[in-house]
Design a protein around this ligand. Sequence first.
Ligand code: 13P
Length: 253
Amino acid sequence: MSKKKLIAGNWKMNGSVAANDALVRAVIAGMGAADDCTVAVCVPAPYLAQLQMLRAGSALELGAQDVSAQEQGAYTGEVSAAMLKDFGARYALVGHSERRQYHGETDALVADKAKAALAHGITPIVCVGETLAEREAGRTEEVVKRQLAAVIHTNGHCISEIAVAYEPVWAIGTGKTATPQEAQQVHAVLRAQLHAATAHADRVAILYGGSMNAANAASLLAQADIDGGLIGGASLKAPDFLQIIAAARLQRD
Ligand code: 13P
């Protein structure tokens, strides 16, 4: 039996109090105890309090989409790891490609954000991935290794406490997915890099993200080094998200 998969939804900048209520109630009702699969939703910061109430008594875990590298103080607009913890967040995405691309986040900043999350007992889901141009230039491995290396360098022996999400930028929101073989190849590279850094690399969940949906989830999740999924668009529709969760559960049989 393979290890428990992690299925995390990334709502991005979507949602409303009314829409979240309907979506989360449907997901919780459909997933049940979910003791054979960890399920989380990474929501916009203003909705953390709403989610904390909605998920009470359920197995649904809560995550944020970003976290400040700073502890506290004069950092207007930032949200600290301690604040996320206050609302029961277990995860925080760090270094999503949309933040690297639109907010200029560097490898070093992403590594500091991961450190801030870890210091407060929050699992950073470190996102890595190449652009189409980088893939076509044969630079995929070099790029993802550079991105992960920064996080390993800054976090030392704590590195086994992170999660990683391989999200090829060209597959995000495009309907194009990496084939299971293409994804597995990169996941194996990331696993080897983690093995070189820690004796506990097998503990690290390496998720795939990029147009994962109800139809392609099972074949991606069947790969040896794909420990779960980070799902954008399909996490906003309860039936689709539930089908992905069901596919992850089947891998445990
Ligand atoms: P899509 O599933 O919409 O392609 O988004 C993937 C993603 O960026 C998750 O973080």
